[in-house]
Design a protein. Structure first.
Length: 500
């Protein structure tokens, strides 16, 4: 049995708790490794390493920190195949999708390579008589990230890339379901020239999460996961005086207007709904066709398209998607399909009985299509996070607009249309954080920012882009006066300064 260890102070560290989590091969259903689950004292050891590294790293000029990020990018690109294969073996997504996972993380690293420019403050000459005012961005100190299983490369890099480039030192608590890639990334960061302690990886469960929340030397937490846990971390983290951004679940809608190019739309929907087995917070699990004619034709085209999808093992280059991450998650997805049928949804394509020959114990779920879904159904209200697409029909544009706007989640939404005015109106009015216009998965590029609304996001500052720089730094504003002579001295110590 292979043991996956912590990475603290630049070296691999054996777990001391005696507690371990199983890491499965989703393609076969077998346990392939076990990962150590940390105690609060092990988390503290990582914090002390990060704290010891912070002063020197923060004092390193931004250009030199950027050079480390440039080299880290080169090393990740060098090891792309190894990282993708490692990721697929623990998560289950196909190799091409794993490479995309790594690449989207690297795009944030590329942004972080420009940190000298991003950290520049503001300067006003002559704000008052002989007075200049300027601001500077400074790192927070030891900060942390708690990341989900579905993007074990991308989301850690989204967090630690900008944080470390800005001069912080970082504690990463990745998902215990697929923890090998985060450890490899930390090793590559050391190889790139970051001092020991700048990036530490501590594995764990709720014990480790609570230790992060409560540790007085951790100044900020970034989290991605379910909404209930996001709310827990946000509430408790802020109560402990920390800066927190916590991103939760999603139920992204695809609105299809009657003038949409249905051929392209169906291709987009199947990729967005079933790609990565639906285990994406930006997946598109609900489609809302407007009008009966649009709905009937869309359904017909989806029924024809779905059988062309190939479900296979992660290493199958022809597979569109692979297994879900664990047996427990598979049963959760199947349970939601059962619930949807019990609630009155029409099961058009049933993926519950799917089995892959030679891999019968793998965690596979076939593509599933449900029609006649209603807004009152629990299966519509909650996140399924599997290869399940629900059709919820709308009669009018306004009805379609209201569905994602009133849903508890507000992560992403897409509209498919050739009408620019309708798309512009929709983008302006919909109560959702990220909008795609004929783009099914509207994840912004790295120099913009990522973040949902409502129960999809807790906190005031989004991830990556300049929002990320703002989250991982604090602004100091300096007001300076240099009197030219004693004649300028005034007895005004008891009067609030004004710029007259």
């Amino acid at each position: 049995m292979r043991d996956i260890r912590h990475f603290i102070d630049g070296v691999s560290v054996e777990g001391k708790s005696g507690r371990f989590g199983d890491v499965f091969n989703p393609n076969t259903g077998e346990v392939q490794a076990r990962v150590a689950l940390a105690t609060p004292s092990e988390l503290d050891a990582a914090v002390q390493s990060a704290q010891a590294a912070f002063e020197g790293w923060a004092a390193t000029n931004p250009q030199r920190r950027a050079r480390v990020m440039f080299e880290f990018k080169r090393l990740v690109e060098r090891d792309m195949n190894e990282l993708a294969e490692m990721l697929s073996s623990e998560h289950g997504k196909v190799i091409a999708d794993s490479k995309g996972d790594v690449q989207r993380g690297l795009e944030v690293i590329e942004f972080a390579c420009g940190i000298p420019h991003a950290l520049k403050g503001e300067y006003t000459i002559g704000a008052g008589p002989g007075i200049d005012v300027y601001s500077m961005r400074q790192p927070l100190g030891v900060v942390s990230g708690i990341t989900p299983f579905n993007f074990p490369a991308m989301i850690p890099m989204w967090m630690f890339g900008t944080a470390i480039a800005a001069g912080n030192t970082f504690i990463l608590k990745p998902s215990e379901r697929d923890p090998s890639v985060p450890v490899k990334l930390a090793e590559l960061m050391m190889e790139a020239g970051a001092p020991k302690g700048v990036l530490n990886v501590v594995h764990g469960d709720k014990v480790a999460v609570d230790a992060i929340i409560q540790h007085p030397q951790i100044h900020a937490i970034s989290f991605v996961g379910s909404s209930d846990i996001a709310h827990y971390i946000y509430s408790n983290g802020t109560a402990n005086g920390k800066r927190v951004q916590a991103f939760g679940g999603a139920k992204n809608h695809g609105i299809v207007l009657p003038d949409a190019d249905l051929g392209q739309t169906v291709k987009d929907l199947t990729g967005a709904a079933y790609g990565s087995a639906g285990e994406r917070c930006m997946a598109l699990p609900v489609v809302v066709p407007v009008g009966k004619k649009t709905a009937d034709e869309l359904r017909e085209r989806l029924v024809a398209e779905i059988p062309t999808l190939k479900v296979g093992v992660s290493t199958d280059a022809e597979a569109h998607y692979g297994p879900v991450v664990t047996e427990a998650h598979k049963q959760r997805v199947l349970g939601w399909i059962d619930t949807a049928v019990q609630e009155g949804s029409e099961l058009v394509v049933d993926g519950r009985g799917f089995s892959l020959q030679g891999h019968e114990k793998g965690f596979f779920v076939g593509p599933t299509l449900l029609d006649q879904v209603k807004p009152t159904m629990k299966s519509y209200h909650e996140e399924i996070f599997g290869p399940v697409l629900q059709i919820l029909r709308a009669e009018t544009f306004e009805e379609a607009l209201a569905l994602p706007s009133q849903h508890q989640y507000g992560n992403g939404v897409a509209i498919f249309t050739q009408n620019g005015r309708a798309a512009r109106d929709f983008a302006a009015r919909v109560n959702v954080g990220m909008v795609g216009i004929n783009v099914p998965i509207p994840v912004p590029v790295a120099y913009h920012t990522f973040g949902g609304w409502k129960r999809s996001g807790f906190g005031d500052i989004n991830q990556h882009g300049m929002e990320g720089v703002r989250f991982w730094t604090k602004t100091k504003t300096v007001t300076a006066r240099w009197p030219e002579s004693a004649l300028e001295h005034q007895d005004s110590s008891f009067v609030i300064p004004t710029m007259r």
